[in-house]
Design a protein around this ligand. Sequence first.
Ligand code: NAD
Length: 506
Amino acid sequence: MAETKAEMLEEVSESAIPGMVKKLRESFRSGKTREKSFRIQQLKNLLRMLDEKEDEITEAGHRDLRKKKQDMVFNEFLNTKGEIIDAINNLDEWMKPEHVKKDLANIINTLCIQRDPLGVVCVFSAWNYPVVLLLQPLAGAIAAGNTVLLKPSDLAIHTSNVMMKLIPQYLDKDCYMVAGGGVPLCQAVLKERFDHIIYTGSSGVGKIIMRAAAEHLTPVTLELGGKNPCVVDSSANIKVAGKRIAWGKYVNCGQTCLAPDYILCNQSIRDELVTSIKTAVKQFYGENPKESKDYSRMINARQFDRVHALLDGSGNVVLGGKSESDRDDLYIAPTIITDVKPDDTIMQDEIFGPILPIICIDNIDDAIDLINDGEKPLSLCAFTSDKSVKEKLTTRTSSGAISFNDVIVHFAVRTLPFGGVGHSGQGAYHGKFTFDTFSHKKAYYSTFTGITEPLMKIRYPPFTDGNIKTGKKLLVPKVKEGSSFLTYILLTCLAVAVIAIVLQFQ
Ligand code: NAD
């Protein structure tokens, strides 16, 4: 199956990449992507593509991962469209200069942050959610006024092909290009100089991207993976927790960066939790998930073998397992393993497949220690109604995100930054954060040459003790005590008085 797929990937030739990037740079320099009306039109075109080509794109997703159309529309299209519409609706506001607080020395100056497009940006996306991970960054990059080179994952072959075909039909061909291809093509892309690279994928390749980007001092946003812990506390609603965990773990056959990787719970609630997860699996996928049209497949034989090998480890399989998998069909059943120990093989790396290990812990402090022993995760989730547990997990662990009583869904909240920390990534995007990721925050300062000049004499040589004294008063803020508003009013009056006096003596 994987071999047949590989033959079908449509690739851009490596030698074409320098010319493509050159063209993108020329287009950026022409200034057309800076125009607000152009950005809005391109975003609308992208939206139209998703509407008009929904069948073609979801068919490609089905061929790549056996994703059902409704699954893909719900988990990829809705978010992508939301992101595009959010950008269209808010672009005016986002592009406005952001005025900043002024100190006494700048009271009459204009100070603000101007969002500048960065230039030519490159988007590397992963195969597991091949539409949203490619088009969400694209939408933000367009909104911010950049030209874009898209590098879809070569493992989601059909989605890569459909993007190669459709993007030029809907977006400006000189400003937005797609480079389908495998690792050699990625290497050719990485030789080029970009103004920003956003990469979604494994931490291993993340290091390759960062190294290559360093050659050009190109800033990077890395959206990586890792082991996401899921704590279930005895105060939780176990029935709902089991259902939500089952959904988050087994959607897309466990190939979700935000999926709970493993569960930490107390022995006293473990069996009830296992029962509720099993009940949910049956409700979602029936008696035999292999027959379910709603259950996806592993992306390829390599990923199948990697995840399948994890079933050889220790622990006690209480759902699914090795006997229920089928390599020819790339099928691995929803699986739960209990009695797992922190140093078991399955606990060493991100699983990225439908296997859910459960580790029993005595208390929340043990859970926190175990979490902190590992790399910082992309997401930590916990099911609990205990405020002190929430407080401890929030303040004593570090992760890209923390969510209580649900899994994954914070991804869809556009007012929250989406990104990792440490080994799970750096930088963030979604909503306005994507716009900011692809914008340079240019400091804008404007003053006058007339009335301010007498005040400026304190900075000109010859330096005197008097200059230093005035400088200290004007430039060094006081430690806040009492009402800052009152102080601000008094200082403003003082500044106006000083300026008036200076002007009188000119
Ligand atoms: P992948 O193989 O699709 O690789 C991602 C991108 O890197 C692709 O565009 C690919 O063409 C490119 N690439 C692959 N090998 C390369 C190389 N040697 N040099 C340069 N570029 C190369 O995806 P993957 O790495 O298998 O993705 C799975 C990982 O991604 C998991 O760890 C998962 O948790 C993580 N992930 C993270 C997020 C997130 O938003 N944080 C989302 C999805 C997946």
